[in-house]
Design a protein around this ligand. Structure first.
Ligand code: F6P
Length: 578
């Protein structure tokens, strides 16, 4: 961890909830809370046209939220009161806004055009970024062009990214999303789980002579990643018969050159980045090497350009037309004023199927906090549970709960207008379902309509009475719909940056440091102790009775397995006699 000689914690200020804007929203909520979305639409024919915004190729319809113009005005006032504009300037300018780690937060510099220098601590960080990117592009071109060869001279066919969290989720999500732009020879694999199954499955399918491993870890200390990397290294040496193959088959992405060298990867085969790139914000850095390998330098430039366009929009657009600001404030409205404990991400495009998992880390690791930047406790709800998968699959699994469950779950529907070649009808069905789900959640189906439908179908009166409560949809359930023309690198860049800034805005309003993640540390510390205890004959560390029982059960299992694997005494003697 970085040392922090001077911590410039924000002065202890009023909490979010005691602010005038928050109190005004609370009072306002009591008025609008019961108003059904259907009534809001009926009373205002211009609502849909007004409650939409567009930027960087992304169109947002947010009219199906339980808000009026007054709600929005109050939410914008809340953002102003939280000094959002000032905080935004601080982040983009490279101030050390990650207070507990004394770090700047500059993922936006990773996609800043090379001719726009940004001097931080006396260095032009944009020039540093461009220099590393240049090396990455050269390396990727060599691999893609078949000029970077494996130890026996054959071209690389398989790339295995070994990493976890931000060193896995972003590249994996982007490589899945951009498969239509993939290099025809290169197959991408991602290994994050330390259980051994995932890497085992991958190693069974690849040829050691044509496989390139990327060990991706910001810290290069992450247990899961290093365990998998060592397994891959051993496998390669076993199959090639020599350590000499390692430089042709292993590269690293990290901020720690010394740790990379200790692992045995030549620093010449390492691509660096900086402590001001948070793991969950790192796909734009060298961590995106697998993305560059898949879509090439041109494609990656487009991805960066999309994200940069969204950065500019976030800086320049007034709050009332600012996509990240609008989405963030609506999220706060839903969580803190309407009591929604979670937020569903529903992409209606198979290639976006890892987006919810990526956004889970982005949002929940950033804003899953209960103290503010100044250490005072928060007095409102912060990060909701982010969840989801491909929307169409969700319809046949958990959408029942969205429509009729007892919890309010706001949904972000994400749709792509252009079908992939030859699949127009498939695409139209998916798109129709997405639009219909948003409509159904919003309008619902009232008792009189359900009753009339059953009567028309000839159901008996008693049946109608019994079924009626089960078949009514209350509606009034909020959603956003985000559309893009096509799933291009540019659109994906803009989409991810949109969610990054949405997370930032929410963190500002809640008064959080969105860029540290102390909550992951305790589990790591205890895992080290438990690991030692699993291998020992008895506990070396004190544990509660439940934990001790689980460890004991593992040890018993191990002992039984070892016993059963011991050759029977008679059997061994017979073998010796032969
Ligand atoms: O444990 C959480 C975390 O630190 C994430 O924030 C990070 O993205 C992930 O682990 C991986 O870390 P590293 O890139 O250092 O291996």
């Amino acid at each position: 961890m970085t040392s922090h000689p001077t911590l410039h914690f924000a002065p202890s200020g009023a909490s979010s909830t005691s602010s005038a804007a928050w109190q005004a929203l609370l009072a306002h909520r009591d008025g609008i809370g019961e108003c059904h979305l259907k009534q809001l639409f009926a009373a205002d024919p211009e609502r849909a046209a007004r409650m939409q915004a567009e930027a960087c190729g992304l169109f947002l319809d947010y009219s199906k939220n339980r808000v009026s113009d007054e709600t929005l005005a109050l939410l914008f006032a809340l953002a102003c009161e939280a000094r959002l504009a000032e905080r935004r300037t601080a982040m983009f300018g490279g101030e050390r806004i990650n207070l507990t780690e004394n770090r700047a937060v500059l993922h936006t510099a990773l996609r800043r055009p090379a001719d726009q220098p940004l001097i931080v601590g006396g260095r032009d960080v944009v020039a540093d970024v461009a220099a590393v990117r240049e090396r990455i592009y050269r390396f990727a071109e060599a691999v893609r062009g078949g000029n970077w060869r494996g130890h026996d001279g054959r071209a690389i066919t398989d790339v295995v990214n070994i990493g976890i969290g931000g060193s896995d989720l972003g590249p994996l999500m982007a490589c899945e999303a951009l498969k239509a732009f993939a290099h025809p020879r290169l197959r991408m694999h991602f290994v994050s789980n330390v259980d051994g199954v995932q890497i085992g499955d991958v190693l069974r399918t690849v040829d050691p002579a044509t496989t390139l491993f990327i060990v991706a870890s910001k810290t290069f200390t992450t247990q899961e990643t290093l365990t998998n990397a060592h397994a891959a290294r051993t496998w390669l040496v076993e199959h090639t018969g020599s350590e000499a193959a390692i430089p042709r088959h292993f590269v690293a992405v990290s901020t720690h050159a010394d740790a990379v060298a200790r692992f045995g990867i030549d620093p010449a085969n390492m691509f660096g980045f900086w402590d001001w790139v948070g793991g969950r914000y790192s796909l734009w850095s060298a961590i995106g090497l697998s993305i560059v390998l898949q879509i090439g330098a041109e494609g990656f430039d487009e991805l960066l350009a999309g994200a940069h366009a969204m950065d500019r929009h976030f800086i320049d657009a007034p709050f009332e037309r600012n996509l990240p600001v609008i989405m963030a404030l609506l999220g706060i409205w839903n969580v803190d004023f309407l009591g929604a404990p979670s937020q569903l991400i529903a992409p209606y495009h198979q290639r976006l199927h890892r987006l919810p998992a990526f956004l889970q880390q982005l949002d929940m690791e950033s804003n899953g906090k209960s103290v503010r930047s100044d250490g005072s406790p928060v007095d409102c709800q912060t990060s909701p549970v982010i969840w989801g998968e491909s929307g169409i699959n969700g319809q046949h699994a958990y959408f029942q709960m969205l429509h009729q469950g007892s919890q309010l779950v706001p949904v972000d529907f994400i749709g792509v207008l252009q079908a992939e070649a030859g699949l127009e009808q498939h695409h139209r069905i998916a798109f129709a379902n997405m639009v219909a789900q948003a409509e159904a959640l919003m309008s619902g189906k009232p008792a009189d309509e359900v009753e009339a439908e059953m009567r028309a179908a000839g159901l008996a009166e008693a049946q109608i009475r019994a079924l009626l409560p089960h078949r009514v949809f209350a509606g009034n359930r909020p959603s956003n719909t985000l559309l893009m023309e096509r799933l291009s690198p540019f659109a994906l860049g803009a989409l991810v940056a949109l969610y990054e800034h949405r997370t930032f805005v929410q963190g500002v309003v809640w008064g959080l440091n969105s860029f540290d993640q102390w909550g992951v540390e305790l589990g790591k510390q205890l895992a080290a102790r438990v690991l030692a205890d699993l291998a020992a004959p008895a506990d070396l560390h004190p544990h509660d009775a439940s934990t001790a029982g689980l460890i004991a059960r593992y040890r018993e299992h191990l002992a039984e397995r070892q016993d059963s694997e011991k050759p029977a005494a008679g059997h061994t003697e017979q073998n010796q006699a032969r």
